[in-house]
Design a protein around this ligand. Structure first.
Ligand code: MSP
Length: 514
């Protein structure tokens, strides 16, 4: 039974509209999932919704709904969002599902029985909007708390704590001896800096039920529900558990394993703001449960728009669905991957989006495909002639580099490699002037080679770009007259046989009047 390539996204807070940041993370993860499928792996791509917590409880109350009804409503639009983004996720988790809650409770019972938790009273300042206790370090120089914490109240309460201190040494050692565990490097250094300079405080993993009802009940004490982050992180194992993952079922003391082997996850894709939860708390939780750690936490940056934070209150947002409606899904996915490498922060500008669309998609790839196939149509009655590609070496190099980049999750690099081949091929058309050669019957053989060259470049690009732009790739391949779409990245496509008939030709990325 071979293990699946298991890749996850963060699960989004259900309350709040899906925005560019959510779209970005889900799309890059989708590109990674598709690339691995295209490389022949059995992939399990999981995304979903984080539904519990005070904010949802309050919002539901304000609408006169039960939190469950309220979330059921939100989940419809979030699922719709995944479809609009063209995601190929294999499952969609909601933390209010029984299959998830059962696993959270199983884990809580197990760790409690093993003495990993203790109950104690804590009093301090609590941010109601961030749902967290604040420490002295959170105070401003004048002693107050920043307005971003919202209403801060003094609170004294009992809770259960997870003993983290005992884990500090091994986790440092683990991160140091597994350099690929947190990527990029600067995020790894950030975690190590934190772990080496601060004492790991024990983690409060419950909330009193009198204050918060919309949470997973703590199985060994009715007075409490589970802290939302403990609950949310478990989604990464509750879903494979439900599918019968043998490693997880065994660690939690269950039979009923199936052939569904996913754990450990290969990749958790997350944003930089939730790094500590994934690179410190989550590995510690797993270790305490006796489960192997994920292979990599891949941390992406934050998008801004026109140099400002995305913010609903100032209206500085991008509605991904509106962009998709206007420009098409492929163009949207392309821009996200092409503009921002996984790691640094990015800046969306409307002008930048239009410029990339026009120069790289309409005038670049789109024009190349259209010119190439139209010439085959016009000069060779739509049939690929006999000939040899004169850009065979460049095409093979692009193939190897782009595939290596996909393997390394260097998605921007993969797309840039394809872009360089597009530029090269458009140059080649300008240099070889097939339009002129076509007028000279004595040079029919030269024209054949040029047309074959262009057909082969388009063919390779069609396969290489599938993970990023599945729609455009499929259209391109249909225009090339291929009966089934080739998505196989594990080997370059064989040359089209002489006489192969093209399909119907139409613009891939229509030029827009800007
Ligand atoms: N529910 C938690 C995650 C739990 S994972 C077990 C959460 N949700 S969130 O909706 O606030 O964020 C979901 C993901 O979107 C996070 O990875 C976050 O970093 C990412 N982004 C939120 N805003 C973003 C940008 N402006 N830009 C890029 N990604 C951003 O955190």
């Amino acid at each position: 039974m071979s293990k699946r390539f298991y890749v996850t996204t963060a699960i989004d807070y259900a309350n709040g509209a899906p925005h560019l940041g959510h779209a970005y993370e889900k799309v890059i993860t989708d590109v990674i999932a598709r690339a691995h499928r295209a490389l022949g792996e059995n992939v399990f791509y999981l995304t979903g919704l984080d539904e519990h917590g005070q904010k949802v409880q309050q919002a539901a109350l304000a609408e006169g709904k039960s939190p469950q009804d309220y979330c059921d409503g939100l989940a419809v639009s979030w699922r719709d969002f995944t479809a609009k983004l063209g995601l190929s996720n294999d499952d969609f988790v909601r933390t209010s599902e029984p299959r998830h809650k059962e696993v959270v409770q199983t884990i809580l019972s197990k760790l409690h029985a093993e003495g990993q938790f203790y109950k104690t009273t804590y009093s301090g300042f609590y941010s109601t909007s961030a749902e967290t206790f604040l420490t002295e370090k959170d105070r401003l120089p004048d002693g107050s708390f920043d307005a971003s914490w919202g209403k801060v109240i003094e609170l004294q309460e009992d809770n259960y704590y997870f003993k983290l201190r005992a884990h500090q040494d091994w986790i440092i050692q683990y991160i140091e001896s597994n350099p690929g565990f947190i990527a990029p490097d600067y995020r790894r250094n950030e975690v190590l800096g934190f772990l080496k300079n601060e004492v790991l405080e024990d983690l409060c993993i419950t909330r009193p039920a009198e204050r918060l009802q919309w949470g997973i009940p703590v199985p060994f004490d009715q007075g409490f529900v589970t802290w939302v982050w403990f609950d949310a992180l478990v989604n990464y194992i509750s879903v494979p558990f439900a599918h019968g993952d043998p490693v997880i079922r065994q660690a939690l003391g269950f039979g009923g394993a199936s052939s569904f082997a996913a754990w450990p996850a290969d990749l958790h894709v997350i944003g930089k703001d939730i790094l500590k939860f994934h690179a410190v708390y989550w590995p510690i939780m797993l270790k305490a449960m006796g489960l192997p750690l994920p292979r990599q936490v891949l941390v992406h940056g934050f998008w801004q728009k026109e140099g400002q934070r995305l913010s609903k209150s100032t209206g500085n947002v991008i509605d991904p669905l509106a962009v998709i409606d206007e420009w098409g899904l492929d163009a949207f996915r392309y821009y996200l991957v092409r503009e921002l490498d996984i790691g640094p922060d990015g800046n969306w500008t409307d002008a930048g989006f239009r410029a990339r669309y026009q120069s790289e998609l309409a005038n670049g790839l789109g024009n190349l495909v259209n010119r190439s196939l139209s010439m085959i149509q016009r000069y060779r009655a739509g049939r690929v002639p006999r000939g040899t590609s004169q850009l065979a070496r460049e095409t093979a190099e692009t193939w190897d580099r782009a595939v290596a980049a996909y393997r390394a999750c260097a998605l921007q690099e993969a797309v840039q490699q394809c872009g360089a081949l597009v530029t090269r091929a458009n140059q080649y058309i300008d240099q070889t002037s097939p339009f002129k050669i076509a007028k000279d019957p004595a040079r029919a053989g030269d024209l054949d080679h040029i047309l074959v060259t262009l057909a082969e470049v388009c063919r390779a690009l069609g396969v290489l770009l599938w993970p990023v732009m599945p729609g455009a790739s499929e259209k391109l391949q249909r225009q090339l007259g291929l009966e089934s779409v080739n998505t196989n990245l594990s080997q370059p496509p064989l040359p089209l046989p002489a006489g192969h008939a093209l399909g119907e030709i139409f613009p891939l990325f229509p030029r827009k009047d800007l």
